[in-house]
Design a protein around this ligand. Sequence first.
Ligand code: SF4
Length: 367
Amino acid sequence: MPDIKSLTREELEIQFKEWDEPVYRVTQLLEWLYIRRVTSWDAMSNLPKPLREKLRADFSLRTLELVRKQGSRDTTQKFLWKLNDGSFIESVLIPANPALYGEASDRHTLCISTQVGCAYGCKFCASGLEGWKRNLAPNEIVEQILAVERWHVAQPKSESLEPAENRIVNNIVVMGMGEPLANYDNLLKALKILNAPWGGGIGARKITISTSGLVPQIRKLAEEPLQFRLAISLHGATDDVRNKIMPVNKKYPLKELAAACDYYQQKKGRMIALEYILISGVNDSVEQAKPLAVLAKKLFAKVNLIPYNKVEGLLWERPPEDVCENFLNALEKQKTIATLRREKGHDIDAACGQLRLKTEKELAATR
Ligand code: SF4
């Protein structure tokens, strides 16, 4: 049975027409789903009961179950959600940090997942450790934002939050568990719902899609009418380094990736972000900063440096602080726009996928 939050307004209008229901009922339904974010059909009190029954019979209205939350209100907060089939996914709420993805006015960014697990097997990543399980449906992607906002509204208010504030997520980065562009159709549908004025109402320019480098999908994304921002999980500026840590590079080497990014940049006229996790002894030498600066310049891209966060069970280490600072300086000397993530509060988010693995292991131990 399809979930109601996997449907666009146009699809709902077709369905309501078939049922001989007036169009304004679609508007009412959408308000219940995306403004009031209700979790049951019965709560939709201005919809006639027979209509609610028809909706109940043909569509599910699924929500995410919050299983665990890490972090405090004014720092990064990680949410572990349980899906309907018992799988776990993570979303991470990051307080305003204009240097990363947003603008000065952005209060919170939500990093969302698109798959359960990941097939791409980047060597440093917890999400890929147990392989790929399945793609998320559009409603499971959309619901991550709604569930965080529901949680937010339910919190006791403090002085740091405006009392009437109903929304908390005003920036989305699609950079959580999974390779977003490997779940292209569901992702695009979810983002259209989140972007639409009748849905999430989040501007396309406030949505960043990150990819490990799926070249054909980057080119496809360039043809989409919506102006999403693009981030590349680069982590190596030469094929040698990328081949060592990212198997996707063997299929789509840097030359092809750079050409696809260039195409995206030409089509959209937007600055691309290059994500670069600094891993000790792998990609953190100042010699590596040179090809990175050349690539960033060529692609009109900015570089986000993120010191590695240790993943349990993996050998990789975070470089010392001075090594990270030297790397940043080397980029800046070459006139590259670059930021280095220094905030301690963000530590839990870089190791995305860990909370899920930890919880799955704990559950297995109790069975
Ligand atoms: S870094 Fe991204 S693409 Fe690579 S294994 Fe992790 S989730 Fe998958």
